[in-house]
Design a protein around this ligand. Structure first.
Ligand code: ZN
Length: 49
């Protein structure tokens, strides 16, 4: 599992940093943003890390 720079969805209250995260991978392109957005890390990414 690869770590990459954080990204988030404008529709979610968390950010992602793990390419194995299903929630992070399912973000639609129009909602995808670079960076954490000042949001906490998603629980699935935290578990995968
Ligand atoms: Zn995640």
């Amino acid at each position: 599992m690869a770590k990459k720079s954080p990204w988030h969805s404008v529709k979610q209250s968390v950010h992602h940093n793990n390419t194995s995260c299903n929630t992070g991978n399912n973000i639609e392109k129009e909602n995808l943003r670079d960076g954490t957005g000042g949001k906490p890390l998603c629980a699935e990414c935290a578990r995968l890390a």
